[in-house]
Design a protein around this ligand. Structure first.
Ligand SMILES: [Zn+2]
Length: 226
């Protein structure tokens, strides 16, 4: 699918938890312990996350722009997580430095590695796999598992969770493509698909319209029944 379709599906997906929060008349959902997820903060990150897996696009004009944007985003995220970790160590004294600095350093090294490996990434391989999904989800698990809950961590958690929703929506949308998605790569290189839509074709335009209708029905159902 092209970037336009992914952004629409990403935004529509990010709005589902917002519909649930509206139906339940609350701003955030408690995630175990003290951590709270605010779905409204995740809509724009979901749109950005929906472009994420195509960071491996060939050197088309659009692909280069997406790469540049995402490279800057992951570098910025890496740097911010380090600054944030230092802040937590010296200002939020409740948490032991080792619990924050090491995982933050690990994430920073990880994003630097992703940046280095990008030029040799093949389209629709690593970034479109379940493995990439686990890596992308790891900051969420890290925040819940290691960071003490406060407004800042909850905001960070909500933004990153939204980004993950967008990323997942990309893989789901590409599963409707003729080429499919290697969900189990690198364990299994098979491409899985459930439809035969060609990128940029008439069917993709129809797919976008169907998505808008299906998601609208889902929002309505949530608002009525939840
Ligand atoms: Zn893709």
């Amino acid at each position: 699918m092209n970037g336009y379709t992914h952004m629409i599906v990403g935004g529509l997906s990010g709005a589902v938890p917002v519909a649930i929060s509206l139906a339940e008349k609350k701003f955030g959902f408690s995630l175990g312990s003290e951590h709270v997820y605010y779905p409204a903060l995740g809509i724009l990150p979901a749109v950005a996350g929906s472009l994420g897996p195509d960071i491996d696009l060939p050197n088309s004009k659009g692909g280069r722009a997406v790469r540049l944007f995402l490279k800057s985003a992951i570098t910025l995220f890496g740097a911010l997580s380090l600054i944030f970790a230092v802040y937590l160590c010296f200002i939020d004294k409740l948490i032991r430095p080792v619990n924050v600095l090491f995982p933050a350093l690990a994430i920073f090294i990880l994003v630097c590695l992703v940046r280095l490996l990008l030029p040799i990434a093949r389209h629709r391989k690593g970034t479109h796999s379940g493995l990439a999904l686990l890596i992308i989800l790891s900051p969420v698990l890290y925040i819940i598992g290691y960071m003490s809950a406060n407004l800042l961590t909850n905001i960070l958690l909500s933004i990153w969770f939204g980004f993950c929703i967008g990323w997942i929506s990309h893989l789901a949308a590409d599963t409707f493509n003729r080429k499919g998605v290697p969900w189990l790569y690198p364990l299994d290189g098979k491409f899985y698909r459930i439809a035969n839509i060609v990128t940029g074709g008439k069917r993709e335009r129809a797919f976008r319209k169907v998505c808008v209708v299906v998601f609208s029905v889902v929002y309505l159902a949530i608002l009525i029944y939840v």
